[in-house]
Design a protein around this ligand. Structure first.
Ligand code: SF4
Length: 189
């Protein structure tokens, strides 16, 4: 089911692009597709995220829900979690990050190959949430660059899917000159 929907999305994208085109594709009756290499690579990337779930707290239950068959991340090309940061390109930070965990999060981020994206899952990852105290990092963007913020305690699966669609849009519009981002911009946590 997931695979069929995924193909449907891909076909819908291609048809929409052909309709928008004023170039030779139209004259050739849609039998060819012309594009820039950058756009083609970005199109493939946005449908093939390999996510690394950095799960620390209760938001993990909602992550399991969104990753299950009911919400079916497979439809968005993000079905396969990788448990090595070296094989992942989407770091999903799910839950509260304490200052004690911060160096580990930064290390995982630094171990991921470029290009890579970061998803703050839940208000604890976004801003520390209601843990406004000395032991909790007040937002993971104080440690590493974040691409998508999904608030909620925990966020509903629909919010997570919406965040994933926003990330796909962001990846689609990226330029290769945006990469590499380099090391996380913190030297100590
Ligand atoms: S946002 Fe809420 S559900 Fe998620 S880790 Fe924080 S306290 Fe738990």
């Amino acid at each position: 089911m997931g695979l069929k929907l995924s193909r449907w999305q891909v076909t819908r994208d291609l048809v929409a692009r052909q309709k928008e085109s004023t170039g030779p594709e139209r004259l050739l009756d849609g039998s060819v597709i012309l594009t820039r290499l950058e756009a083609a690579v970005n199109w493939a990337r946005k449908y093939s995220f390999f996510l690394y779930p950095f799960v620390t707290a209760c938001c993990g239950m909602e992550f399991m829900s969104v990753a299950g068959p009911r919400y079916d991340l497979d439809r968005f090309g993000a079905a396969l979690p990788r448990f090595s940061p070296r094989q992942a390109d989407l770091l999903m930070v799910v839950g509260t990050i304490s200052h004690k965990q911060a160096p580990i999060l930064v290390k995982v981020y630094n171990q991921m190959a470029e290009p890579k994206w970061v998803f703050a899952f839940g208000v604890c990852a976004v801003s520390g949430g209601f843990y406004d105290n000395y032991s909790v990092v007040q937002g993971i963007d104080t440690l590493i660059p974040v691409d998508i913020y999904v608030p909620g305690c925990p966020p509903r699966p629909e919010m997570v899917l919406d965040g994933l669609l926003q990330l796909q849009q962001k990846v689609k519009e990226e330029r290769w000159s945006d990469w590499p981002r380099g090391e996380a911009p913190v030297s100590r946590c």
